[in-house]
Design a protein around this ligand. Structure first.
Ligand SMILES: NC(=O)c1ccc[n+]([C@@H]2O[C@H](COP(=O)([O-])OP(=O)(O)OC[C@H]3O[C@@H](n4cnc5c(N)ncnc54)[C@H](O)[C@@H]3O)[C@@H](O)[C@H]2O)c1
Length: 418
């Protein structure tokens, strides 16, 4: 039995799914082909993804290819309840997700999709894979392979593979150029700033925005914050990333220095305990903290609560106010969970079009090649990556040049020089 908030939300969810579909032309082309060819006929898929309008379009594409799909949330706060209702009530895709579900319900939902005895797993953060390998190993025998959406999930899977613990092949969708160069950067950049603005309605111009982590997501968040007129400070632990941020024109400093000057702090590191009580002690009255990294461990929430001897209250939707012993008020957005999904709607559909095209084509590739794949993490095949870029350009009505025969020869030669 699916588990959603309210089936009556389905019609509203359907309209929003259609609105997203208007920006997902690459996925639409794949769906058309899947409808004809049915490459996933009878394949059982358990998906653990953010339940958003874009994910709904992916789920319906897989179903159009003949798959039986069950969907659970990949984060307790990222579910769009109207989308869960539309998928369950109208598309035959049973969904197990309720926005704000507690930890037990979150894991109950993961177990529910594992009950399907999936042949394919689709994960975002590797929680599904983790449960399957640790607590539900009895269901591993049917699995042909899987896909993983995000940086943090891929890190966990690589660690499993290195330990010899990974029981089936998984495609790292995050590593496709058409995924991380666009989704992590432009998607996280725009939707994270959108979430900060929606939830706080604060002016960004003239404020100091501290971004912890200058990876793919950090590049996106910093450039969007700068575009809004913020003074942007970057904190890093990697010297090359720090240097790149510096030469891009951002100020770079340790978090303990940034803590004193920041108005808004955004973590996107995939790391733990990046902002700790010792930093919160230094922050200005009114400072705002948000996280857009995968897990809610980047800002030490437990430490923050312990400092708040003056009380904690929810002052606006998705804004908790913590009052320190000295009267300073610090604010945490979206419980420190992925703020762009908790307090906004996640990445715009146009960018998820590419990530989810990679997902759909990777699932097809795994099903086709399952017999020869090893128990390791595979990159998205380069032909898929290039095809997604080609289709996206076409959808955006942009032509590019192609190599002439002479250029082709030149670029593959070694004997022509000065
Ligand atoms: N919010 C979203 O919708 C969304 C989308 C994509 C990825 N993600 C998640 O965001 C996180 C970052 O992803 P990415 O693709 O940018 O990863 P990345 O590996 O490209 O970048 C992470 C950066 O953080 C730095 N870092 C690590 N520890 C740090 C610390 N203590 N202080 C400062 N910097 C530190 C690393 O050196 C690295 O440069 C991951 O958890 C990923 O899963 C979220």
């Amino acid at each position: 039995m699916p588990d959603i908030k309210d089936p009556k939300l389905a019609p509203g969810g359907r309209e929003r799914i259609e609105w997203a579909a208007g920006e997902m032309q690459v996925l639409a082309q794949i769906r058309e082909r899947f409808e004809k060819e049915r490459p996933l006929q009878g394949v059982r898929i358990a998906a653990c993804l953010h339940v958003t309008t874009e994910t709904a379009n992916l789920m319906e594409t897989l179903a159009a290819g003949g798959a039986q799909v069950l969907l659970a949330a990949s984060n307790p706060l990222s579910t769009q309840d109207d989308v869960a209702a539309a998928l369950t009530e109208q598309s035959g895709i049973e969904t197990f997700a309720i926005k704000g579900e507690d930890n037990d319900t979150y894991y109950k939902h993961l177990n529910a999709v594992i009950d399907l005895s999936p042949q394919i797993t689709m994960d975002d953060g590797a929680d599904l894979v983790n449960v399957l390998h640790t607590r539900r190993a009895d269901r591993l025998e049917h699995v042909l392979g899987g896909t993983e959406e995000t940086t943090t999930g891929v890190i966990r899977l690589r660690a499993m593979a290195a330990d010899g613990a990974l029981a089936y092949p998984i495609v790292s969708v995050n590593d496709a150029d058409t995924k991380h160069l666009f989704d992590n950067r432009f998607g996280t950049g725009q939707s994270t700033m959108d979430a900060v603005m929606r939830s706080t309605n604060r002016l960004i111009a003239g404020r100091t925005v501290v971004v912890a982590g200058y990876g793919m997501c950090g590049r996106g968040v910093t450039s969007r914050a700068r575009g809004l007129g913020a003074h942007v400070v970057v904190t890093e632990v990697d010297p090359t990333a720090a240097l790149e941020a510096l030469m891009e024109g951002y100020r770079v400093m340790p978090i303990r220095e940034a803590a004193r000057i920041g108005d808004i702090f955004i973590t996107v590191t995939g790391d733990t305990s990046v902002i700790r009580p010792e930093h919160m002690e230094l922050m200005k009255d009114g400072a705002i903290m948000a996280n857009s990294g995968h897990f809610d461990v980047e800002i030490d929430k437990v430490g923050l609560r312990a400092l708040a001897t003056g009380g904690v209250r929810t002052i606006r939707d998705y804004v908790e106010e913590f009052t320190m012993a000295d009267g300073r008020r610090l604010h945490l957005l979206g419980e420190g969970r992925l703020v762009n999904l908790a307090a906004a709607e996640g990445h715009p559909a146009a960018v998820m079009d590419m990530s989810f095209a990679d997902q759909a084509l990777s699932v097809e590739w795994v099903v086709k090649n399952a017999a020869t794949l090893e128990k390791k993490v595979y990159p998205v095949p380069v032909e898929i990556d290039k095809e997604v870029a080609r289709l996206k350009l076409r959808a955006m009505a942009v032509d590019i040049d192609s190599l002439t025969d002479e250029q082709e020869r030149y670029l593959h030669s070694w004997d022509q020089g000065t």
